[in-house]
Design a protein around this ligand. Sequence first.
Ligand code: AMP
Length: 439
Amino acid sequence: MTNQIYEKLENIVIIGNGGRENSLAWAIQKNKLIKKIYIIPGNGGSGKIKKSQNLNLDYKNKNLLIETLNSLEIDLIIIGPEIPLAEGLGDFLRSKNFQVFGPNSNGAKLESSKSWAKSFMRDANIPTAKFWKVSSPEESEKIISTAPFPLVVKADGLASGKGVFIPETKEDTLKITKEILNGKFGNSGKIVLLEEKIEGPEISIFALCDGRKYLLLPSAQDHKRIGENDKGLNTGGMGAYSPTPILSKSELSIICKEIIEPTINELIKKNIEYKGVLYFGLMITKSGPKVIEYNCRFGDPECQTIMPLMDINFVNILYKCAIGKLNGDEKVFSTPKVSGCVIATSKGYPENYDIGYPINFNYEASEDIQIFHSGTSLNKEGETITDGGRVLSVVCQGEDFDSVFNKAYKVLKGISFDGIYYRRDIGHQVRKNYSYEDI
Ligand code: AMP
């Protein structure tokens, strides 16, 4: 692999303020070429990552943003979250001749409109659950009374991972559908998607794309529900592990042929130049893998989980995607280790929670332990305080998942803030010898 396709790759900007952006910065700073990483706006932990600095700037202030990017001689901009991607920040920065990792708004529609993504999959013959699109209570009643039960109810637009419900009765299905149509998620719920409920283990696949070619990252599995044993409300993600041993080589090859390649081909067919990461949320059903959802960015906390497995050339690969020059055979990850992440949240998340509690860190640091801040900030005294629902991502690597999660839970014992909560069963599918009572 060569670094010679570009003249300079020194100064990086990452847009976003969560654990994902911190883990990207952490993986990128390892490359010797990189001099400086600016995180806009970052959080209480991002300024502590080597070579990294927060820029307290609103990306929506377009003139100031461009002025700043020019004065800092930025070589590559990575857009982390879905909202700026859906709003067209990628389109705007590209129009000003910056190299950007992250799709334009037309590509981000794969995530920002679930019904659009479903039609896209139908056009490309990509396996997915059956669906019905509704926009009025009358339509919903008709579908819910005739379609096979149970149904999954989804707000069409962006809802921070909280817009999906799997009600236990038809009455509840209709109730939540009406609530969404009546504005529970604002404009994101003007259309509701009712989906056939499919079953099987879930996995996440990330493909780095340059518009035509792609490169797979290690597979990961996250835990969406707030409670142990996968009970309770859906969240942005409570933990993850990678790689996922449930996937065989032949299954992966089916996924490439039936899902990933048809997706990229359909994007090309629709004239969408997709330069960024394509996330496939899949369910491995008895009749084969099916797409549950697309994301147009790295998933959080899967990103934090896989970044420590990345090769030091990771940033070069992101750049190659941005300029449309991926070979497709670059080495992305280089360690035989496995990785796991446990998220510590504020009490009350994913519903209402308080912020502003000081966080105490008391654990023994080591190379195989990273604490990526998700929702933190610094108070006037410079102390780290809670500033979000998901507060910290505790990530560890090791030879096997038992040692990884033993380490992660030991670290968590040394971390405290008022109302700290985390699931004790993250990675239960791949852990062998553990007891929740010890955690
Ligand atoms: P999504 O935000 O679309 O990924 O949905 C969140 C979670 O809801 C998924 O990770 C699944 O666990 C579940 N889910 C979504 N769609 C379906 C479906 N059609 N059948 C079964 N479970 C689903």
